[in-house]
Write a protein that binds this ligand. Structure first.
Ligand SMILES: C[S@@+](CC[C@H](N)C(=O)[O-])C[C@H]1O[C@@H](n2cnc3c(N)ncnc32)[C@H](O)[C@@H]1O
Ligand SMILES: Nc1nc2[nH]cc(C(=O)O)c2c(=O)[nH]1
Ligand code: SF4
Ligand SMILES: [Mg+2]
Length: 214
């Protein structure tokens, strides 16, 4: 059984695949925050910009098996058959609490590339085509390889230097959106300055927020 908060067709907003049309599957639940505002200050991850509680969002629900969920997600693809590969992005919440070999295989059977956005606290299954790991504070990192490491910045307990030795093809620094915290801190300047001084890091902006899309 899979619990999905919401699913939708949009453009990947962040990281090295930014701008690519994708079906998003947002799983319900996370191991670093309950999702309740009252718990935010005491959570292991405190700056989350996402509502991942329950299964009541657009195209959300509970799905009995991988084939059923895969059919549901394929049905949300709106792109023309132009020779490009369709992509599904599994996110959340924390997708690695639910994503398994059967669901990856079911999407591959339907000719979809599989991308994942994870906090890196759980080992990723094999066969993921684009793995994005986004470490959180002082929480131990288990998944130390992947396609991109996308660090939200600044996090006093997660300085970028801690991660440059890891096995990733791309290193992105993404300015923290402080609006979920009810703050208006300028995180952009520090993020730009770090990338200018440390050129193996590239700037990742949340372009979907600029574009006004999901
Ligand atoms: C909502 S998380 C879900 C996937 C997974 N739990 C994770 O943290 O990577 C998706 C992406 O949004 C990023 N993110 C969450 N809150 C953010 C914020 N306030 N500002 C910038 N990025 C944020 C996360 O770091 C992650 O890369
Ligand atoms: N457009 C868009 N791109 C995204 N990339 C990662 C997202 C996420 O919440 O995991 C996200 C999202 O929520 N929307
Ligand atoms: S780990 Fe990801 S989904 Fe969980 S609270 Fe943090 S940003 Fe949100
Ligand atoms: Mg998001």
């Amino acid at each position: 059984m899979y619990s999905v908060k919401e699913a939708f067709y949009s453009l990947q907003g962040e990281g090295g695949q930014a701008g690519r049309a994708s079906v998003f599957c947002r799983f319900a639940g996370c191991n670093l925050w309950s999702g309740r505002e009252a718990d935010r200050v005491s959570a292991a991850c405190r700056f989350c910009d996402t509502d991942f509680r329950g299964t009541d969002g657009q195209n959300g629900g509970r799905f009995a098996d991988a084939e059923t969920l895969a059919e549901h997600l394929v049905g949300l693809w709106e792109g023309a058959p132009d020779g490009s590969r369709p992509q599904v992005i599994f996110t959340g919440g924390e997708p690695l609490l639910q994503l398994d070999d059967a669901l990856i295989a079911a999407m591959h059977d339907r000719e979809f590339d599989v991308a994942v956005e994870t906090n890196g606290t759980l080992a990723a299954p094999a066969g993921i085509d684009w793995l994005c790991v986004s470490p959180k504070g002082d929480v131990p990192l288990v998944q130390t390889r992947g396609d991109e490491l996308k660090l939200v910045h600044p996090q006093p307990e997660a300085p970028p230097e801690r991660f440059t030795g890891l096995d990733f093809r791309h290193f992105f620094l993404q300015p923290m959106d402080t609006s979920p915290l009810g703050e208006t801190r300028d995180t952009m300047a520090a993020t730009v300055a770090y990338c200018l001084a440390n050129p193996r890091w590239r700037l990742s902006l949340q372009t979907h927020k600029i574009a006004g899309i999901d």
